[in-house]
Design a protein around this ligand. Structure first.
Ligand code: JFZ
Length: 456
């Protein structure tokens, strides 16, 4: 509903969502996996015996670690010890498949600048570790073999590159160095797309620096170049800013990129705020740890049920939920994460119909759970089972379809559904009651499938 009132060269180049097959596929994923892995997995949130509460992948920047004597000589030399002998990409991929993930976002390079592929453009890469082998290639091939689409996470922030700066360069020397950094960034991105053509998209991060925000022309040209190199490429809204420094949405309020990437560890509370846009939510299992932190004891760890709730919250509003994993320095996925993935997988295997390829139902959200919809099927995932075992459906008159029958999705047992006459004239809704079996004694979310017919 926004009109382009401000002329822009480097704003959004599209109105509305993409309609091609690649984006349709993205839209049907429902559940994804994020993996944060790099040399920060070695310290695992601890440095010289001290525990750092911030996100473990940021440890290089915390005071104490960031003292020059430390990071130049110690953190940036961790790669010389990086030898994850237990790493098995096929094991990760089959675990992701069992969880029900349809796509994976993998950190090819986080803020520290360490490249998990043998990049020609920096020595700070996997080839120069004792491990030597290309990790990005193994991840791409293993996940692809399992039918899981791969997206490459790439941080524009690069603490290891000499020309990288956060603030707008002030001196001539800094500007020259920053130009060199921009070309390095471009080279690495082209290299990634050429090396790993199976990748479906790029997931950008670390794009908030004032120096990068100023690069509207460079970033716009680069995005076009990357798209031309890799038709169908999917890029989120967190890559570039327009010429007025607006990120995610340009100065006219139009989204830049193919989907909204601003839902980081948070979920929209209603469909209206999304304005019909595609979006994903990336979620940590602890409150805020992406990379491996050996100490999870001091904070709340989300359960598989918590994640199921968030997954339904996302898909009920046309979004994807991406659950993060932080493997340790040896390449193992920690037991807590493996357990949660397995639990979530048990649920997605039984109830996949309610989460994959579904859309926003068009109905108001019920208090006891979430609706998702596909064609003439409405799925009601219940997280708060009513104590009277009756699900009252409130269907606005404006909703074109009406319920005809109801089933428990897993088990397929039919449930009684009755029309409720409230005896109120001029009511904007019609009501239906679904009787749940009184014997249904479950502590897990469950799905009721409601069949709909067309009504006038
Ligand atoms: C960034 C990274 O700094 C972090 O380490 C992790 O990789 C995460 C996925 O992305 O952190 C962010 C990015 C964006 C917001 C917050 C933290 N944001 O938009 O609120």
């Amino acid at each position: 509903s926004k009109t382009d009132t401000i002329p822009l060269k480097y704003g959004s180049h599209r109105t509305g969502n993409r309609t091609d097959a690649d984006m349709e596929r993205w839209r049907s994923y429902g559940l994804g996996q994020f993996i944060h892995w790099g040399v920060y997995a070695i310290p695992g949130g601890h440095w010289e015996g001290k525990s750092y509460n911030g996100a473990a992948e940021w440890i290089r920047s915390w005071s104490g670690v960031s003292a020059p004597a430390n990071w130049r000589t110690t953190y940036d030399n961790l790669y010389k010890q990086f030898n994850p002998t237990d790493f098995d990409a096929n094991k990760w991929a089959s675990q992701a498949k069992d969880m029900g993930a349809k796509y994976v976002i993998f950190t090819t390079k986080h803020h520290d600048g360490f490249s998990l592929w043998p990049s020609k453009y920096t020595d700070y890469n996997i080839a120069n570790t004792p491990y030597k082998k290309d990790i990005v290639k193994q991840v791409v091939d293993a996940y692809d073999a399992q039918g899981i689409d791969v997206y490459l996470y790439f941080s524009i922030i690069d603490w290891n590159h000499k020309g990288y700066v956060s603030a707008v360069p002030k001196t001539e020397a800094d500007s020259v160095a920053y130009e060199d950094f921009k070309q390095f960034t471009r080279n690495q991105l082209i290299e990634l797309l050429k090396n790993y053509p199976k990748a479906k998209g790029l997931w950008f991060d670390g794009t908030w620096d004032a120096a990068w925000v100023k690069q509207s022309k460079f970033a716009d040209d680069l995005e076009k170049e990357l798209r031309a190199l890799h038709p169908g490429l999917i890029i989120g809204s967190r890559f570039r800013a327009d010429e007025n420094g607006k990120r995610h949405f340009d100065s006219n309020g139009k989204m830049m990129g193919d989907y909204e990437q601003g839902w980081e560890r948070k979920l929209p509370t209603n469909i209206e705020v999304l304005n019909g846009r595609d979006w994903d939510c990336v979620m940590t299992i602890p409150p805020n740890q992406w990379g491996y932190n050996s100490d999870w004891k001091s904070s709340y760890i989300k359960t598989a049920n918590d994640l199921t709730d968030m997954l339904l919250n996302a898909v009920s509003m046309n979004g994807n939920l991406v659950v993060n994993f932080g493997p340790d320095g040896n390449g193992n996925i920690r037991s807590e994460e493996a357990h949660t993935a397995a639990k979530l997988g048990e649920w997605t295997k039984l109830n996949g119909e309610a989460i994959y390829g579904v859309r926003y139902s068009g109905l108001p959200k019920p208090d006891y759970g979430y609706y998702t919809k596909k064609d003439n099927k409405l799925y009601l995932t219940i997280l708060n089972k009513p104590v009277n075992n009756v699900l009252r459906l409130t269907i606005p008159n404006s909703f074109k379809q009406k319920p005809t029958s109801a089933f428990l999705l897993n088990g397929k047992s039919q449930l009684q559904i009755t029309t409720v006459d409230m005896g109120m004239s001029g009511d904007a809704n019609v009501y239906f009651d679904i009787q749940l079996p009184v014997s249904l004694n479950t502590t897990s979310p469950f799905v009721v499938t409601i069949e709909l017919n067309e009504t006038k």
